[in-house]
Design a protein around this ligand. Structure first.
Ligand code: GAP
Length: 488
């Protein structure tokens, strides 16, 4: 990211202008915390999801011992439902504990997250922080559960209450035994899932960064307790490397280990992968992904019931009758390890990423402004999205230089050929300079132009988005050369 040029306002404006991201229900004034991905945004996000899925699941080699890994491991995928049995959220602790504290102002009726008061604005003018106007009257902090509630079936009745999932993780825990018994995996193995999650955030903010409907890319890695710390460091470092491999500069990324007081009561280690989002002051970072060592908390919760910490032990929380407050399934979720000849409850390492936050980070990183010469050699300012070619929504744009002399026919034939493999864009309208610049703003890494010379010698120009360098290549080699550059 060029710190000189990238501001959040510019990224948001580009997203709107080029059709990456729109506010949901915009024609009705918009609904806070919900975002739609436009024609380019949907391709970018799909490519991010696809890169993650390949890295985690389909591209994983079950037979190899990867650098830093204690042993080979297996990876499989899952797609579980958004609405689950409400008992899941009771046993997991979300029903009791997944809340933020908020304060209301009795005068202006605004609501603020209590931990964000210093960063919030009172809606009254002149602009001040909540509580700073004489007439402000803030309530004491109160709890607000972030899970969206709904009803299953025709009756709006407490027995029909259900929740939209606030994370994808629980479906992977509840299916642990199903996956073990159907897919021939053995511990250690990971289950990956991509899907929508919902949180009724009190103050959604910073574009898509904190949304109410968003997408997660989570993986639950089940491993033997003895090697769990090695697996934790392996996954933590591997996840940072993934972002770097797709273009986030390491200077804008940070791995921050949580101190003991910041960690959840069950966590044996948590690190956030953080990015220097441009909405933050210089030197500050925002969470992109959390990597957590969750011990045996999740599988035990779904066996025994909601767990709380007593001393150093996790024990089942009891109600006033001495019964589990929120019972688990009662199913045995332990594992018999043939190789070790022992039975244990696997420990879990969880890299939990957000597809929307990753999309935002890649957009912010890619945004740049520079000046390039126009057809007459005069410098022209341009906005360019320097997205990694694998993430770019459109891989190749194909242009006939002019709309005559047989050029559109050759260009259209090439377009149809290349489209079989990638998302390709065809454009024959406007000056070639304008066509290039539109693609620069869209993040298209390569433009192919068919011109007079093509008719003579079957060559075309290949223009590189980042350097703007143009090379003459054979028409027949376009696909191979573009493929090499995408994977370079
Ligand atoms: N299962 C663990 C879990 O859900 P989390 O840190 O609450 O952990 C994981 O969420 C990731 O999901 C975050 O690092 C972030 O990328 C994304 N995420 C969480 N809340 C979000 C929100 N309100 N809007 C957009 N992304 C969010």
């Amino acid at each position: 990211m060029s710190e000189r040029t990238t501001t959040m306002d510019k990224v948001v404006a580009l997203c709107k202008r080029r059709g990456f991201i729109f506010q949901s229900s915009e024609i009705y004034g918009g609904i806070g915390g919900f975002w739609d991905y436009g024609p380019l945004g949907v391709e970018l996000k799909r490519n991010i999801r696809e890169a993650w899925w390949r890295h985690m699941v389909t591209g994983h080699d079950d037979t190899a011992t990867l650098d830093g890994a204690p042993s080979p491991f297996s990876m499989v995928g899952l797609e579980s439902t958004i609405i689950m049995d409400p008992k899941v959220w009771k046993a997991s602790g979300h029903f009791d504990l997944f809340y933020d504290l908020f304060v209301d102002c009795k005068t202006c009726k605004a609501r603020f997250r209590s931990d964000q008061l210093v960063d919030s604005q009172c809606p009254n003018k002149p602009s001040k922080k909540p509580g700073e106007h004489d007439e402000c009257e803030l309530t004491d902090p109160r709890e607000f559960n972030l899970m969206f509630k709904t009803y299953v079936g025709a009756l709006v009745d407490p027995n029909a209450e259900a929740y939209l999932r606030p994370e994808t993780a629980q479906g992977m825990f509840t299916n642990f035994k199903n996956i073990l018994s159907t897919s021939r995996v053995k511990v250690p193995f990971g289950v990956a899932q991509i899907g929508k999650s919902f949180r009724n955030e009190i103050t959604p903010r910073n574009f898509t960064f904190r949304s109410r409907e968003f997408e997660q890319m989570e993986m639950e890695f089940f491993c033997p307790p003895d090697s769990s710390h090695d697996w934790y460091t392996f996954w933590r470092d591997r996840r940072v490397a993934w972002y770097v491999s797709l273009g986030l500069k390491s200077g804008n990324l940070r791995l921050r280990e949580h101190g003991e007081n910041e960690r959840a009561h069950y966590s044996c280690g948590t690190a956030d992968i953080e990015y220097a989002f441009p909405f933050l002051p210089e030197g500050e970072f925002g969470e992109l992904e959390g990597v957590s060592h969750r011990g045996d908390f999740d599988l035990r919760s779904h066996m025994e019931g909601k767990l709380i910490k007593e001393g150093n032990e996790l024990v089942v929380e009891q109600d006033e009758h001495g019964q589990p407050k929120h019972p688990g399934s009662g199913k045995d979720l332990s594992y018999f390890d043939d190789a070790a000849g022992e039975k244990y409850v696997p420990h879990v390492i969880e890299p939990a990423a957000g597809a929307d936050r990753a999309t935002l980070a890649f957009l912010c990183e890619a945004y740049d402004e520079d000046a390039i010469p126009d057809e007459k050699g005069n410098p022209q300012e341009r906005v360019v999205l320097r997205l990694h070619p694998r993430l770019a929504p459109v891989k190749v744009a194909i242009f006939p230089l002019v709309k005559k002399d047989g050029q559109p026919e050759i260009a259209a034939e090439l377009y149809r050929d290349v489209k079989k493999r990638w998302n390709v864009f065809y454009d024959e309208k406007g000056s070639i300079g304008k066509r290039y610049r539109r693609q620069d703003e869209s993040g298209t890494p390569f433009c192919i132009t068919i011109d007079h010379q093509t008719l003579d010698d079957q060559t075309v120009t290949l223009r590189d988005r980042d350097s703007t360098e143009q090379t003459r290549i054979k028409l027949a080699d376009v696909e191979q050369i573009v493929a090499e550059r995408i994977d370079a």
